[in-house]
Design a protein around this ligand. Structure first.
Ligand SMILES: Cc1cc2nc3c(=O)[nH]c(=O)nc-3n(C[C@H](O)[C@H](O)[C@H](O)COP(=O)(O)O)c2cc1C
Length: 310
């Protein structure tokens, strides 16, 4: 089999994906770097690193560490900035055989508007995902930790995204149902759940935090059951009634983890930390999901979205 079985095709707000497996923002390079590891036809989509208007060097080391059950990062949005991204990286999107989702970040509403408008003007991106887990320099708070701040952000960004579908990547560090409801009320076409969970790890010999920033985002299998619960709650309270799709992510390592997200209401499944364990993991996940769909005796994976019993 050189490409995913047709039974695992899915769609997100009208965007067709050959596989539900989406490479998550910040874990697979800018655009096409994973192509070194496997044929990207196995992926439903690849998400770009989050892009800010200006180039950013990010935080000092250590900014990625191993912890039991996953990893923690405080990268600090290191990226080449919008200008270089459009000039040097986006041209590679033409050679990618799956959709490319553009991830937007910023430290002010104006930052988000600028990057989102530039992405919307570029047909490379059928979906634009807002990474709202960034501190707003005006308030010191993250946009994605407060429903009112999220609504104000979307009030400015939504009007400039006219062509692409607009997804909001929800922070798990506050009330995800309230945040998701605010995003959908403000016009989001889809939700990505979840970003990393704020955490700390201490070096007991030096008595200092292991990450240079003190705290960072926990990802990997340790957060998977938390993310499943969040997708479940948001699907029932917000996404299903509104008819808005969810990309479920957090700690997917085995195809069963991805299947859990589908059953609680995700239409597609992101994979991030597992790519650091095995960059070819999307192939194994796609094959496992196809076997599962056939064993469940349904025609399509989409028949299993939200099909949890009980
Ligand atoms: C090293 C690293 C860098 C990340 N960078 C970004 C990023 O730039 N933008 C973003 O929205 N999420 C970023 N994330 C979060 C992931 O996209 C994902 O939401 C999170 O890691 C949970 O999924 P996982 O457990 O499969 O990794 C990053 C995660 C890691 C581990």
């Amino acid at each position: 089999m050189a490409a995913p079985d047709a039974c695992i095709r899915t769609r997100l707000a009208g965007v067709e994906l050959a596989s539900p497996i989406v490479a998550a923002a910040g874990t697979c390079g800018y655009v096409d770097e994973l192509a070194d590891a496997f044929d990207l036809r196995w992926l439903g989509a690849v998400t770009t690193k989050s892009i800010t208007p200006e180039e950013r060097a990010g935080n000092d080391p250590w900014r990625i560490i191993d912890v039991p059950g996953g990893m923690m990062n405080a990268i600090g949005l290191a990226n080449v900035g919008l200008g270089r991204f459009l000039a040097e990286k986006v041209p590679h999107a033409a050679g990618v055989p799956c959709p490319v989702f553009g991830s937007v970040a910023g430290h002010s509403v104006a930052d988000y508007v600028r990057v989102a408008a530039a992405f919307d003007a570029n047909t490379a991106f059928p979906i634009i995902e807002l990474n709202v887990s960034c501190p707003n320099t005006a308030t010191g708070l993250q946009f994605g930790d407060d429903p009112a701040a999220l609504k104000s952000l979307l009030a400015e960004v939504r009007p400039v995204v006219k062509r692409a579908k607009l997804f909001v990547k929800v922070s798990p560090n506050a009330d995800v149902v309230k945040l998701s409801g605010a995003a959908v009320d403000a016009g989001a076409d889809g939700l990505t759940l979840v970003n990393t969970v704020t955490a700390m790890s201490i070096d007991v010999h030096t008595r200092r935090p292991r990450l240079s920033r003190g705290r960072g985002g926990l990802s990997g299998p340790a957060i998977h059951p938390i993310a499943v619960r969040m997708v479940h709650d948001v699907y029932r309270a917000v996404a299903k009634p509104a008819g808005v799709p969810i990309i479920g992510l957090g700690g997917v390592l085995r195809w069963e983890d991805a299947a859990e997200f589908i059953l609680v209401g995700a239409s597609a499944v992101g994979v991030g930390t597992a790519l650091f364990v095995d960059p070819r993991i999307p192939v194994a996940l796609a094959k496992g999901l196809a076997r599962w769909v056939r064993a469940q005796k349904v025609a399509s994976l989409t028949d299993l979205v939200g099909a949890m019993e009980g």
